[in-house]
Design a protein around this ligand. Sequence first.
Ligand code: 13P
Length: 250
Amino acid sequence: MRTKIVAGNWKMNKTARETEILLNELSAKLPDTDAEVMVAPTFVNLTDAVRQLESSAIQVVAQNMHFADNGAYTGEIAADMLLDIEVDTVILGHSERRAYFHETDELLAKKVKQAIEKNMRVIFCFGEELNDRKAGKHFDVVAKQLKNGLFDLPESAWAQIVLAYEPVWAIGTGETASPEQAQEMHAYIRKIVSDAYTNSIAQKVSILYGGSVKPGNAAEIFSKPDVDGGLIGGASLVGDDFMAIVKAIG
Ligand code: 13P
């Protein structure tokens, strides 16, 4: 059985007070679930969020981090700073980081390596743009992102990796991949991980889908055999919606 995960990526949303209010609501309403439930508030609110959720099953994760141990990198956050506040999971490679902050596959490979060396868990995001899909290049684009970002890792690192397929055309657009499109890509992802490593690694890695997951479509997407959960943007900012998505995974 693979680990099921529902993670809320809050992106650049919620002040400290708003974070506190939403986390109170989420801990009060968290349903019984086999899935790991995670939230990724913005950096400045991580410490408070960890404290607030100390006795909750909801985990606090980071949206990004730097590849270096420390040093002259103004505005950046190091792995040890996250670990120091008991955040041991980080989202890397989100398409917004790739598009707006020019994070390349090569840079991401360095970030992933650092997180693995620090014994952190990585939620590694990737996905094609609309033009890629229209041109029938979506499988190649995804294969390249995975190869460049992850396939230099040793086999042992894969216990710390979670994959998140997020087609860029489905993020924040209200347009989701159909459950069939998600399943098709997730099965392909598992195949290329199997080819690059082993079938056992491919069968164990959790692959999340992200892109306009809502209470109304979550159950159908999660019902697909290679979809192990979701990375949720907009709907994770509304307590009842996020909890409905957690319920949908069972
Ligand atoms: P939306 O759910 O708002 O489409 O965002 C998905 C996402 O980017 C999660 O990381």
